[in-house]
Design a protein around this ligand. Structure first.
Ligand code: TYC
Length: 102
């Protein structure tokens, strides 16, 4: 057995490690100016949420200040953040969206 450690009689099993990529939370932050309906629209459009799901998350952000919208790979999370920030800026709303490692 090629896994044996120099014939000490101790077999050391090795196994190829399949490393899962790290996941990132996409966070939506509250502010006093962005209309509630606009936030709901963003959550439907970019995160594929139903109106009811989007409304619920919007309310959580409104009441608690922040909420996790979803968990994604680094690249997907970055895309979501960019889409939200661009869309908010185009409509001149101060809405903030960020990501952080899970
Ligand atoms: N607080 C905003 C308002 O009262 C609504 C809002 C909710 C803004 C969620 C941002 O991420 C947000 N119009």
């Amino acid at each position: 057995n090629s896994d044996d450690d120099a014939d000490t009689g101790v077999a050391v099993k090795t196994r190829a490690k399949t490393k899962r990529p790290p996941l990132y939370k996409v966070l939506l932050l509250n502010d006093d100016y962005t209309p509630m309906e606009f936030v709901v629209q963003i959550l439907e459009r970019f995160f594929g949420l139903t109106h009811a799901q989007a409304f619920e998350i919007m309310l959580t952000v409104h009441k608690k200040g922040v909420a996790v919208v979803g968990v994604f790979s680094h690249e997907i999370a970055e895309t979501k953040v960019t889409q939200v920030m661009d869309f908010a800026r185009r409509h001149q709303h101060p809405l903030q969206c960020t990501m952080e490692k899970e």
